[in-house]
Ligand binder design. Structure first.
Ligand code: EPZ
Length: 420
């Protein structure tokens, strides 16, 4: 297994390009199941989760090519509608094929995703919504067995909780349903917005895009014409690198970003004392003389993103004072705390609230990644820590960060990927 070795502390400088958003790429790849023609998706991040989903589509009989950040996907040869456990267990977002497969073929079997480090993460809301659309749903031998022989029918769906992939699954199912589907309390993340825009472009009438009430007028089984898609920039990757600049008190520039998707992240960093030069697709973070402590509560978009919680916890170790971070979306998203303590951090936990006392002189340590965003927090702490840090189990990182060590090296970090 690979691990990352980082020597710190180090000031960073220079500029890097941000990749396409993993969490936009995944639903967009799944949406090609709804397309009668070959789809071309560009600005795809070269990360494990994208490759896993493409492999799943190929397993279903679809054909694809993927190189230099672009994929061509033709699902017309899809001959199988069973998403097997071996693939789904490696990436829970595989559940995104459930809606489109059911909508197009009237039946599918998708393995239940199983547990995840950050929480139980059930898919009950996805299944309840599909049942309301006329599907029969059975759970058997760890699989969701879904049937809708007469096709799905539009209806009104009120989500008890805001669910990103739940909204995406139902939007895709509704696209081919008969009649209108109204989704109330839907997710409004930029990644959901892009999926809706792509489906609208491909022939589905959708109202309320960007709001939490969506109205989707299905094509009653007629396949779509999804042609060219360019994946939006990854706001979480961008936020992670802004935190890399912040934690090393450096001036760095990120290109190929969409700063309008990053308000909550930028605002929090401004509260902590950092200033920015902001253009539409480029952002520069400037150092500060003193980092202020912060209060964060994670919320659905446009609130502060849970996917940035671990990174800000690492940054708050450098703040002059006590920071409070409340995790509201997942029940177990503090796995990075015990690893950050190994750097010398002062963090106490009380249920879903973490209290961080800074500033701390961090010392390099051997640490272990537990989930995607927690791993990035450990890398950030390693950049600021005195001495050598080894981050193990970085297969978690490879799921969602393209060429992380190359991008950080380009900014002047002393970081290398080694074999255990
Ligand atoms: C998406 O996961 C993202 N993944 C996650 O990013 C992100 O953390 C999460 O949204 C929240 O923003 C992708 O987009 C591929 P949810 P998702 O359904 O859709 C509960 C990363 O690091 N819930 O919005 O799985 C659930 O348990 C990943 O890139 C139910 O109870 O998250 C959670 O507490 C990690 N029943 C809350 O809702 C359901 O049927 C939000 O989950 C569905 C969800």
């Amino acid at each position: 297994m690979d691990y990352l070795q980082i020597e710190g502390p180090n000031r960073l400088s220079g500029k890097i390009k941000i990749s396409g958003a993993k969490n936009a790429a995944l639903p967009l790849i799944a949406s090609t199941i709804l397309s009668k023609s070959e789809s071309k998706i560009s600005n795809l991040p070269n990360v494990k989760d994208v490759k896993t989903l493409l492999k799943l589509l190929s397993n279903l009989g679809a054909k694809y090519s993927f190189e230099d950040g672009s994929a061509k996907i033709d699902t017309s040869s899809t001959s199988n509608t069973k998403a097997v456990y071996d693939i789904v267990r490696t990436m829970r977002a595989s559940v995104l094929v459930l809606g489109p497969l059911l909508a197009r073929f009237g039946h599918c079997e998708v393995s239940l995703p199983g547990g995840c480090a950050i929480g139980q993460r059930p898919i009950d809301l996805h299944l309840k919504a599909l049942s309301l659309m006329g599907a029969s749903i059975e759970i058997k031998n760890g699989y969701v067995i879904a049937n809708a022989k007469k096709g799905l029918r539009g209806t009104r769906i009120i989500f008890d909780k805001v669910t990103v992939t739940g909204t995406e699954n139902i939007v895709m199912a509704a696209a081919l349903a008969k009649g209108k589907t109204t989704i109330v309390n839907g997710a409004k993340e930029p990644e959901v917005v892009q999926l809706c825009e792509v489906l609208k472009e491909a022939g589905v009438e959708i109202e309320g895009i960007g709001s939490d009430v969506l109205e989707i007028y299905g094509t009653d089984g007629e396949l779509l014409d999804i042609k060219e898609i360019k994946v939006i920039p990854d706001r979480i990757e961008a936020g992670t690198y802004l935190c890399a600049g912040a934690i090393t008190n450096s001036k760095i520039t990120l290109q190929n970003v969409n700063t309008s998707h990053m308000d909550a992240i930028i605002t929090k960093l401004q509260e902590m004392g950092f200033s920015f030069d902001i253009k539409k697709d480029e952002i520069t973070i400037n150092p500060t003389n003193s980092i202020n402590p912060v209060k964060i509560t994670t919320k659905e978009y446009p609130g502060f993103p849970t996917d940035m919680q671990a990174q800000f916890m690492a940054l708050s170790l450098m703040a002059n004072g006590v920071s409070i971070i409340e995790e509201r979306l997942f029940e177990n998203r503090f796995m990075h705390v015990s690893e950050l303590l190994r750097f010398g951090a002062k963090i106490s936990l009380n249920a879903n609230i973490a209290t961080i006392t800074g500033p701390t002189k961090l010392c390099g340590a051997d640490v272990m990644a537990t989930d995607l965003r927690a791993s990035s927090a450990l890398v950030l702490a390693g950049l600021a820590a005195k001495g050598v840090t080894n981050v193990h189990r970085i297969y978690h990182l490879d799921r969602g960060y393209e060429s992380l060590e190359k991008k950080l090296s380009a900014l002047g970090a002393k970081i290398q990927r080694l074999k255990e």
